[in-house]
Ligand binder design. Structure first.
Ligand SMILES: NC(=O)c1ccc[n+]([C@@H]2O[C@H](COP(=O)([O-])OP(=O)(O)OC[C@H]3O[C@@H](n4cnc5c(N)ncnc54)[C@H](O)[C@@H]3O)[C@@H](O)[C@H]2O)c1
Ligand SMILES: O=C[C@H](O)CS(=O)(=O)O
Length: 483
């Protein structure tokens, strides 16, 4: 890996301003999913190191919260500037450890940096209230204060942006944060920590602990010093963390699994719908929480859409993400490939019609062919489970009500998409979908300005936007008497 700044490749955890190995010296290997190449190692830390990071955060909190919002904003802005200045290295690190094409990785770095920029600005817009007192001798004042030490656990699929979407608002609000990144993609997180250190984030305010998810997570959940846990990952792990946080009544933000419906109505612009479906389905090889997971096409345009869509899928270029023109990299590991294989086999066994792909790619490792299956029905696993891979199942439907009912038929509710040019239909369907986010005539909806999050079992809370900082604040009411 040829970095312009080789010091951005860190193989130690970052705790209380120090770069450390695990107490017991144990390490965990990190590999390139496109080649199987050994990239390096990270410390296999556990309970004791996590506890020290939490205690260091608590010690650093008073000084950090005492800084003015403007002073915190200046540090965040400096961090943003360093992330952008090192975007090429951060993108190469990401492609090498996660597999996504370099262009997507660069896009994620810019997207991730935008949360630091945004919350540097939002830091200065945390306002309270004065209320109309019911008593002549007392005044009612409402202030917002940082909640305290925060812990974060993040996934491998967006190894930088899922971190900045949490650390940005936490630090802006005046909270310190201890992060556990995914063990598959730690180098992006550690490079972010190196840049935070250079930006002047005080020691203890942002620490990165690497190692045993269960041990580190258990300490984050059980330690009463931690007042808030923010998690991005699967719904299954979200449930575990929610249960583990109950004894200490922590504030929770949960960004969990998705299973996005993508509905194409008969009045849609089919070329636009194909473009949107490609963007939504195959971004990050389908390993995206807001990916189109179920594509519903109205009867009258089903075959036309299937033909156009399949032709577009066949233009995708599978390869090592560092190679020019590659638009789909490998899946994160063989377990991910096996899940896609299971979904494909199940669909074909139950009457699905393979239009393209369907097999492990000739490149080997964890590459998989971009796949489209038609004539998909609700008895198939893909109708209810998140595939998290490059498989597009095409379902048919007849009426608007049927489409909405099918779209809402899972326990998830993160993102949903549909294409129509009828304004009445757009309002009726947008309001009928049980989803935290709805894309209308677009397959790409994520940005730092809009509230990101789900309903039902896709999670709790919102990230980004003017709403995102609220999850790191508590409201205090002061009744000022004696007047
Ligand atoms: N809603 C969102 O914003 C969002 C974003 C990205 C991914 N996701 C979801 O995440 C899933 C894929 O990511 P993943 O495979 O990394 O998810 P995952 O839940 O397996 O892992 C996520 C993180 O949790 C850690 N972890 C796993 N078990 C743990 C435990 N028992 N205690 C503490 N930590 C534990 C992992 O090490 C990793 O850091 C998909 O379901 C996807 O939809 C959701
Ligand atoms: O995978 C989950 C991410 O949140 C997707 S996005 O980058 O926010 O669209």
């Amino acid at each position: 890996m040829q970095l312009k700044d080789p010091t951005l490749l860190r193989q130690q955890a970052y705790i209380d301003g120090a770069w450390l190995d695990a107490d017991n010296g144990e390490t965990h290997p990190v590999t390139n999913p496109a080649t199987g190449e050994h990239l390096g190692t990270i410390p296999m830390m556990g309970t004791a190191e996590t506890r020290r990071a939490i205690e260091a955060a608590n010690a650093a909190w008073p000084a950090w919260r005492k800084k003015t919002a403007k002073e915190r904003a200046a540090v965040l802005r400096a961090w943003y500037d360093l992330i952008m200045a090192n975007a090429d290295d951060l993108a190469l690190l990401m492609t090498t450890e996660q597999g996504k094409p370099l262009a997507e990785a660069k896009g994620e770095v810019v997207f991730g940096a935008s949360f630091i920029e945004w919350f540097a600005e939002e830091a200065k817009r945390v306002h309270g209230d004065t209320l109309a007192s019911p008593w002549p001798d007392r005044r009612l004042i409402v202030t917002k204060e940082p909640i305290g030490v925060c812990a974060a656990i993040t996934p491998w699929n967006f190894p930088l942006a899922m971190i900045t979407r949490k650390v940005g608002p936490a630090l802006a609000a005046g909270c310190p944060m201890v992060l556990k990144p995914a063990e598959s993609t730690p180098f992006s997180a550690l490079a972010l920590a190196a840049l935070a250190e250079r930006a002047g984030v005080p020691k203890g305010v942002f620490s990165v602990v690497t190692g045993s998810p269960k041990e580190i997570g258990a300490e984050m959940c059980a330690n009463p010093i931690v007042r808030k846990l923010t998690f991005t990952g699967s719904t299954a792990v979200g449930r575990i963390l929610m249960q583990q946080c109950a004894p200490t009544i922590k504030k929770l933000s949960l960004e969990l699994g998705g299973n996005a419906p993508f509905i194409v109505f008969d009045d849609a612009d089919l070329d636009a719908a194909v473009e949107g479906a490609i963007a939504s389905k195959y971004r990050n090889a389908g390993q995206t929480c807001v990916c189109a997971n179920r594509i519903y096409v109205q009867d009258g345009v089903y075959e036309a859409f299937a033909e156009k869509f399949t032709a577009a899928v066949n233009k995708l270029k599978v390869g090592n993400g560092v190679e020019q023109g590659v638009t789909q990299g490998p899946l994160i590991d063989d377990k991910a490939v096996q899940k896609v294989e299971q979904h494909v086999a199940d669909a074909l066994a139950k009457g699905g019609r393979l239009l393209t792909g369907g097999h492990r790619h000739a490149l080997g490792h964890s590459f998989f062919e971009p796949t489209v299956i038609a004539d998909v029905n609700n008895d198939m696993i893909v109708a209810t489970e998140e595939t998290f891979g490059p498989l597009a199942p095409l379902f048919r439907f007849k009426t608007d009500d049927e489409a909405i009912a099918l779209a809402n038929s899972t326990e998830f509710g993160l993102a949903a998409y549909f294409y129509s040019r009828d304004i009445g239909r757009i309002w009726r369907v947008s309001e009928g979908l049980e989803s935290g986010m709805v894309g209308v005539n677009t397959g790409l909806i994520s940005n730092e300005i809009a509230p990101f999050g789900g309903v039902k079992q896709s999670g709790l809370g919102r990230e980004g936007s003017k709403y995102g900082i609220d999850d790191y604040l508590v409201i205090k009411y002061v009744c000022l008497g004696g007047i």
